[in-house]
Ligand binder design. Structure first.
Ligand code: PLP
Length: 235
């Protein structure tokens, strides 16, 4: 079984080295643990080892693990973000668990979140997910629409748009992967210009390519297998 504490330390070292190579301060880049398919006990181990931010892809997993994770964390603080495709009929449920939805991929979903947040009288941090690779299988708004969608989402007063998220190109071609991350940064810069506000968060980079993402300005890398080991193929 992969040693979670050692895995976390190794990832942090990789992030720090990538920051040094890019002339960035290590505290500019945070770590989100992608915990899909991991049982609550393993996630709690990571929290005990210092992980503070957890990302889940499915509302059902959030719900199933919630009570056990909360109990096992034993008062240690942790925060959860939603990083998967959010179906509109799961909006009410997801809000019970997360402080941020990173995967807002359209104006309609933003509208549904806004209405539910109005009813709850609260706000929510969100990121707009962009499909920077153009792959059909990927969720996220098209790059060509991203600036307009960020503007539309930001008009919903219960949503605080903090930045952009992407699942980068899956390819052995490092230059192409890096180009997809650069594209997200450039879209962020244009959207921030258009709105006249900062969009500080760039959530990009995973176990296999975090260095490229940090080089292109990632502020949050989302790491699963480098800490927990390979996932079963069904994931
Ligand atoms: C699984 C997942 C990750 C982490 O992937 P690894 O390659 O295991 O590090 C990051 N982001 C999203 C959206 C994911 O679903």
């Amino acid at each position: 079984m992969a040693d979670i504490r050692a895995g976390l330390a190794a990832v942090r070292e990789r992030v720090d080295a990538a920051c040094a190579a890019a002339g960035r301060a290590p505290d500019e880049v945070g770590l989100l643990l992608a915990t899909k398919t991991q049982p609550a006990a393993r996630i709690a181990e990571a929290v005990a080892a210092g992980a503070r931010l957890i990302g889940e892809n499915r509302v059902q997993e959030l719900a199933e693990k919630d009570a056990e994770l909360t109990a096992l964390a034993d008062g240690r603080p942790f925060e959860r973000h939603f990083i998967g495709h959010l179906q509109s009929n799961k909006v009410n449920q997801v809000l019970r668990y997360v402080s941020c939805v990173q995967s807002v991929d359209g104006v309609e979903l933003a509208g549904r979140l806004q209405r539910r947040l109005e009813a709850l009288d609260r706000t929510l941090d969100v990121l707009v997910q962009v499909n920077t690779s153009g792959e059909q299988s990927k969720f996220g708004v098209a790059a060509a629409d991203a600036v307009a969608v960020v503007g539309e989402v930001a008009r919903r007063d219960r949503l605080r748009v903090r930045g952009l998220m992407t699942v980068g190109l899956q390819s052995p071609d490092e230059a192409a992967v890096r180009a997809s991350y650069r594209a997200l940064r450039e879209l962020r810069d244009r959207a921030a210009d258009a709105m006249g506000t900062g969009l500080p968060v760039l959530s990009m980079g995973m176990s296999g390519d975090l260095e490229a993402a940090v080089a292109e300005g990632a502020t949050l890398v989302r790491i699963g297998s480098a800490v927990f080991g390979a996932r079963p193929r069904t994931a």
